[in-house]
Design a protein around this ligand. Structure first.
Ligand code: ZN
Ligand code: ZN
Length: 342
């Protein structure tokens, strides 16, 4: 099978993903072998390939928004397998947790110190096949095609968690929330899914982003105001999310918040945050980071996505263009979500 792997991190312009011919991997106990039909690309893949995040496995096949068909089921640890051969499933960033620590025991498995991640600790979906632990895989709604479903698996789930942590639209588990005003900074894949959830819950959304094509998509998806990165939002927002990995946006976003508002930082990596003025944080404003996801986040997002229904704006690339696709992501060359098709 084909796999695109990184052995040495380098700027994506240097094409650090190398095409390898590999034997088909074998699913172990509790795992399934998946024939990949689509794999979303994410800024985290770029961080892993370029060196913003350390390379913890070498060589590594990135990709953690995997849609595919179960080809073979490994031996199960007792009981029946969750998925049979032929089932369409999705695999996301969270790959394994210890299941025993205080975080795992209290519904916060995203904070498990022994968590492992797809496309970081283990090979991901920039390949024809991938091995996936079935306990961390998702059944996918039939309403979405393979390429459309892929961006939900990280961009969607992380944005969904960020939206909840921002406090806007409450904790609407499926129902309509209370509305409220949401500010979004950076309008890539995750933001383009999140705005659809927020709009479906009746929220007003303001978007600040650099790329004109991203501003256009934000407008098309229902943003009631769109501006450049550092423009002041027209009214204070109840909560805001920074999706861009740009620390300099933190004080700007804090100033856009209404009193008591929360700023959620949705990236896994962010450039240095400048010193904050206490006045920008005063009035009980909060900053919270979004760290991975729980399986419950994934199940809830997929159910709500099917109901709304969410339609990710997808740009597809052949698997062979893995480097080019990540370069296009880095340059903001497409709006919405990028997806590799083997
Ligand atoms: Zn744990
Ligand atoms: Zn991701």
């Amino acid at each position: 099978m084909r796999a695109f792997a990184v052995r040495e991190q380098a700027p994506i312009e240097a094409a650090p993903l190398v095409r390898e011919a590999r034997a088909l991997p074998s699913p172990g106990a509790g795992e399934v072998l998946v024939r990949v039909t689509a794999c979303g690309i994410c800024r985290t893949d770029l961080h892993v390939v370029e060196g913003d995040l350390p390379l913890v496995t070498v060589p590594l096949v990135p990709g953690h928004q995997i849609v595919g068909t179960v080809e073979r089921v490994g031996t199960m640890r007792g009981g029946r397998p969750r998925f049979r051969a032929g089932a369409r499933i999705g695999a996301a960033w969270l790959r394994a947790t210890c299941g025993a620590c205080a975080y795992c025991a209290s519904g916060r498995e995203n904070l498990c110190e022994r968590a492992r991640f797809t496309g970081w600790h283990a090979d991901g979906g920039f390949a024809d096949y991938a091995v996936v632990p079935e306990a961390f895989a998702y059944a996918l709604p039939d309403t979405l095609g393979d390429a459309e479903a892929a961006p939900l698996l990280c961009a969607g789930i992380i944005g969904y968690r960020a939206l909840r942590l921002s406090g806007v639209a409450g904790d609407a588990r499926g129902g309509r929330g209370t509305g409220g005003r949401l500010g979004i900074y950076g309008f890539g894949s995750s933001a383009s899914v999140t705005i659809q959830v927020a709009r479906a819950r009746g929220s007003d959304v303001f978007v600040c982003t650099r790329e004109p094509s991203h501003r256009e998509l934000a407008r098309a998806l229902g943003a009631s105001w769109v501006g450049a990165t550092t423009d002041a939002m027209p009214e204070p927002v109840d909560g805001a999310i920074i999706f861009a990995p740009a620390g300099e946006l933190v004080p700007i976003a804090l100033r856009s918040l209404a009193r008591g508002g929360t700023l959620a930082l949705a990236g896994i990596h962010m450039s240095r945050i400048p010193p904050l003025e206490y006045a920008d944080l005063f009035n009980e404003k909060r900053i919270v980071t979004v760290t991975a996801n729980t399986r419950a986040d994934g199940e809830e997002l997929l159910a709500e996505a099917a109901r709304i229904p969410i339609r990710p704006a997808v740009t597809t690339f052949p698997l062979e263009e893995a480097n080019g696709a990540l370069l296009a992501l880095k340059r903001g060359a497409f709006a919405g979500s990028g997806v590799l098709l083997p």
